[in-house]
Design a binder for this molecule. Structure first.
Ligand SMILES: O=C(O)CCC(=O)C(=O)O
Ligand SMILES: [Fe+2]
Length: 319
């Protein structure tokens, strides 16, 4: 079992408690510093947000159940040349894991195309739920990115850096099955330890706990995503951009409850052709000398997928 006494910060973005705050004011800056600290010290944090109503969230997990219950041959129609997008199920290496990845859900017609592929007769509720849930999660990721810039007092770089790092997104819908045969008390790792290759990931689940993050001292901590909340994970791109000041947290999924788990994540990242570069103001010859060379994101992904090295960023881009 992981430990749960180590506190992952929880930042309140709800209108009443936090995000009624005025952009540019003192409270706004304070929030930015909290986000920055969480990214540096933990590489992840919870946010509470009323952007997504509990109805929408419940609806989303209900329709995810319906989606994964579709016949195998229909699910397999979802394919993509990009890694981690095609429907992944019945894979002997990850027998308790099924997933779909959908690119660029913010663009017109993407959710419609996916829905029509799965339900050729149409499924309006599915399509609308998927569209609103993903657009709200993308909005949240932009807000967090803005907070990161504020946290480093870099608000002028908001537009260029944020657009560079977040101009592609990928929504991942995951089902974790309950293993049929399982020895009492034994844990099964259903998703191996990794860091995300995105800039930022925002995750929620159907309140079945199984995700664990590893602290900087190597301890595994059980993650319980709050009901009105999300877990934000710092990915390799933001680690590189911040010159290694941010921690790209290692995480994994371990089955230890006898319940099916569904999780939904938005992975925001640069487009493949973009260059990832350390932000020049985060380099300091004495305290923070340059750690990473600029690199092409698509080449980095290709390197990772072909090697699956845990320390891919360090090997690929360290100076
Ligand atoms: O399902 C989860 O909670 C985590 C998924 C994850 O880490 C990933 O897809 O990269
Ligand atoms: Fe992950």
């Amino acid at each position: 079992m992981g430990e749960s006494e180590i506190m992952i910060p929880c930042i309140d973005f709800r209108k009443g408690d936090g995000f009624g705050i005025e952009e540019g004011g003192e409270a706004w800056r304070e929030m930015g510093h909290k986000v920055r600290e969480a990214c540096e010290n933990h590489g992840c944090f919870f946010i509470l947000s009323d952007q997504v109503s509990s109805n929408l969230r419940d609806q989303m997990f209900m329709i995810m159940k319906t989606l994964f219950n579709l016949p195998e041959e229909i699910k397999q129609k979802h394919t993509s040349p990009k890694p981690y997008r095609s429907y992944n199920g019945k894979n002997p290496i990850t027998p308790f894991f099924e997933s779909f990845g959908i690119d660029d859900t913010h663009l017109p017609n993407i959710t419609e195309e996916f829905t029509n592929l799965m339900w050729p007769q149409g499924n309006l509720v599915y399509c609308e739920t998927l569209k609103s849930m993903s657009s709200k999660m993308i909005e949240l990721s932009f807000l967090i990115m803005k907070m990161i810039m504020v946290g480093y007092d870099l608000p002028n770089h908001y537009t260029s850096d944020v657009e560079n790092m977040m101009n592609a997104n990928h929504l991942r819908l995951i089902k974790y099955h309950v293993p049929e045969e399982r020895k009492e008390e034994s844990e099964i790792i259903t998703l191996v330890a990794h860091t995300d290759k995105s800039a930022l990931t925002i995750l929620c689940d159907n309140e079945v706990n199984a995700l664990q993050v590893q602290t900087k001292t190597g301890k595994w901590v059980d993650i319980k995503i709050p009901q009105q909340g999300f877990l934000v994970i710092v990915g390799d791109v933001l680690k590189a951009w911040s010159n290694g000041r941010f921690h790209a947290v290692t995480h994994r999924v371990v089955t230890n409850e006898n319940k099916e788990r569904y999780s939904l994540g938005i992975f925001v990242s640069p487009k493949d052709e973009m260059k990832v570069k350390v932000h020049h103001e985060l380099i300091d010859e004495k305290t923070h000398p340059l750690r990473y060379k600029p690199f092409n994101y698509g080449e980095y992904m290709h390197y990772y997928v072909s090697t699956l090295k845990h320390d891919a960023l360090e090997v690929f881009a360290s100076v």
